[in-house]
Write a protein that binds this ligand. Structure first.
Ligand code: SAM
Ligand code: SF4
Length: 495
């Protein structure tokens, strides 16, 4: 829990505070009064819908935006035909941008029927100049556009938006500060993401993240620890430490703390049961980190270690700073020290100049490392990145090679995951499985009356479905892994 400021105690006749987060609470109070007035006028609640595109970082950002909307009195809805619709955008690949443009067209239709509706766009996509230009030219019905560096100003920007007929645009080139203590509404009461750092300094040649999320900035370890302690008090048992490259955590901090040292501090927090983190860049993964994972009973047995390519030539062009041999040695070292760890990865197919022989090398690495899962992406040129100016591979070749990689990933991951069959492992029950097959599965497993099909996550990040009671959601339960179905298990609880 953060130190929330009570909006009723804010004096609107006083001068607008210049310090944060007090300034934002002042604007939250203004918005809350506006929302109440609107509700009286309309005779109903004002609704808000937040749609998140992209990664875990975006999901966490959305929890912060939703926290502010809830604090100011909006009723949250899943329906995009709401009084306020906010898109938290992603721009890592172009298809994410295209999805947003497509859905904006639908929102325009809703807005014509409800002129009071407001449309807000924020996040990575809006940090691109050409996107803002396109929005101004072709999507002028959008009311507010802001970027990644001023998320903390959301309340102030909403206030500005309601006082303006024209589109309000506030995009900053760099972050000026990290503002703590703003409201957050978690999606799950029992687990939470925690930002430990923002931005990235790596400049992989295909990647737009350093341009849209700015330079790497780590949060002070005391702030992180206090936030986690508050979350644990509030019922959280599992946390995921988030950063584009968590292994370089602390580099800009004066106390010189490393990620392994931070993990040890987090590990010592009473009441916290599970610790996850992502993402690890292979070039910065230290022996201390391997030791910290091996010696902990709380750090989950899962490491996401993006390979991107198995060809040394392509890795060099990608500016990744490791070779296939170095990656293999690292994976071996991790497996020797932590034999029950699951390793997952990201792979890009179709990077400029990639030949079928380069892809052979990637496939060879997939077979050697034996990933538990791999996310495979078709390379998408991003304006302003060095790779976008290189000679591109034909679409036909990309699709052919992508299919080969995907087939190999699916086969090896199936085999890897199946190795747990028959074992008993702890699962964190996350939700009730509402799938159409759930009653059939319950019947086959001889579930008793009152039991539902629960979906849980093992320490190694594999999903397991098993019969249990709804009130077990949010708790850790020993489960016997009965049948492996590719990427998930069917299991039963063990007393
Ligand atoms: N910081 C993380 C890392 O280095 O692993 C990942 C961040 S990025 C949001 C997630 C993944 O998207 C990357 O690992 C990469 O595989 C993929 N990606 C990034 N840029 C891409 C591009 N231009 N085209 C296709 N995939 C891309
Ligand atoms: Fe992008 Fe590379 Fe940074 Fe990951 S490490 S966010 S892939 S530049």
């Amino acid at each position: 829990m953060y130190n929330e400021i009570d909006l009723d105690r804010i004096d609107l006749s006083a001068e607008i505070p210049s310090v944060e987060p007090e300034r934002q609470y002042y604007f939250m109070r203004c918005i809350r009064d506006f929302v109440r007035k609107e509700e009286q006028k309309l005779g109903r609640k004002l609704t808000a819908c937040v749609v998140t595109f992209g990664c875990q970082m975006n999901a966490r950002d959305s929890e912060k935006l939703i926290g502010i909307l809830q604090k100011t009195g909006y009723e949250l809805s899943e329906d995009e035909n709401s009084d306020l619709v906010l898109y938290k955008t992603c721009t890592v690949r172009d298809n994410a941008n295209q999805k947003v443009y497509g859905r904006l067209g639908v929102l325009n239709g809703y807005k014509k029927k409800n002129p009071n509706m407001r449309v807000v766009l924020c996040g990575c996509m809006t940090q691109e100049e050409k996107v803002v230009q396109k929005l101004r030219e072709s999507y002028s019905f959008v009311d507010l556009v802001f970027g990644t560096h001023n998320l903390y100003c959301f309340a102030e920007l909403l206030y500005k938006m309601y006082g303006n007929k024209e589109m309000v645009v506030d995009i900053r080139k760099e972050a000026d500060r990290i503002v703590e203590e703003l409201p957050v509404k978690r999606k799950y009461p029992f687990k939470s993401g925690i930002n430990i750092m923002f931005g990235c300094n790596n400049f992989c040649s295909y990647c737009i993240v350093p341009y849209v999320r700015g330079r790497e900035r780590s949060r002070e370890s005391e702030d992180i620890i206090n936030e986690i302690k508050g979350l644990v008090k509030d019922g959280v048992v599992e946390i995921m430490l988030l950063g584009q490259n968590v292994n370089s955590y602390g580099k800009n901090l004066e106390n010189g703390i490393t990620f392994a040292q931070l993990l040890k501090k987090v590990d010592a927090i009473d009441g916290l049961k599970r610790i996850r983190f992502m993402t690890s860049h292979p070039k910065d993964l230290s022996d201390d980190l391997i030791e910290a994972i091996a010696s902990s009973t709380k750090i989950c047995r899962h490491l996401h270690l993006p390979l991107q390519s198995g060809s040394d030539r392509i890795l060099k062009e990608m500016n990744r700073h490791y070779t296939r041999q170095q990656y293999l040695e690292l994976a071996q070292k991790i497996r020797e020290r932590i034999p029950d760890i699951a390793i997952t990865t990201d792979i890009i197919v179709g990077f400029p100049g990639e030949t079928p022989e380069d892809v052979d090398q990637t496939i060879d690495m997939i077979k050697k490392v034996r990933y538990d899962n791999a996310f495979t992406f078709i390379y998408s040129p991003r304006t302003g990145t060095p790779a976008a100016a290189m000679q591109q591979v034909s679409e036909e070749q990309v699709h052919e090679q992508f299919d080969r990689v995907l087939k190999c990933v699916q086969e090896t991951a199936r085999e890897s995951i199946a190795r747990y069959e028959g074992q008993i492992m702890e699962a964190l029950a996350e939700e009730q499985n509402q799938g159409e097959n759930s009653s059939k599965v319950l019947k086959e497993l001889g579930a008793s009356d009152g039991e539902v099909l629960l979906t849980g996550r093992l320490s190694n990040n594999t999903i397991v479905h098993f019969p249990g009671r709804e009130e077990q959601i949010g708790t850790l339960i020993p489960v016997e892994l009965l049948q492996c179905h590719g990427f998930y298990y069917i299991g039963r609880t063990v007393n």
